[in-house]
Design a protein around this ligand. Structure first.
Ligand SMILES: [Zn+2]
Length: 124
């Protein structure tokens, strides 16, 4: 991939990183605000716990997304960005446009997903 394209994807990733951190801050603030209002007069432990849980989960989800973006930025730096980590073939650029953090090409991704189950499912 040439330098111009790499910098295009780097910009996409940085933009995504910014959006993600802003979004999670807004969501967490909203969840915590709900938590404050809910416990002012009557101490409802289940509501309190639920809202803490929401804030926590938002943080967890975000840290996974942020870690994916960080890894993609690292691959750009190392020169392995856009190369499938499984088969070494270049990843389709249309796929990278849609999913700039993609580590595998579509074929390997679906093989991995059918082997491991959906990557986005929470691990219990
Ligand atoms: Zn592959």
């Amino acid at each position: 991939m040439d330098a111009e394209k790499l910098s295009h994807f780097r910009n996409l990733l940085i933009q995504q990183l910014r959006q993600e951190t802003e979004q999670v801050r807004t969501d967490q603030a909203a969840a915590l605000e709900l938590y404050d209002d809910g416990v002012k007069d009557s101490v409802d432990l289940s509501v309190q716990d639920l809202n803490k849980e929401i804030a926590l989960r938002l943080g967890e989800r975000s840290s996974k997304v942020v870690a994916d973006i960080d890894q993609a930025l690292l691959r750009i730096k190392e020169g392995s960005y856009g190369i499938c980590a499984r088969c070494g073939q270049p990843i389709d650029e249309r796929r990278l446009e849609a999913v700039p953090t993609a580590r595998y090409d579509a074929q390997c991704q679906s093989l991995i997903e059918s082997a491991n189950g959906d990557d986005d499912l929470p691990t219990l």
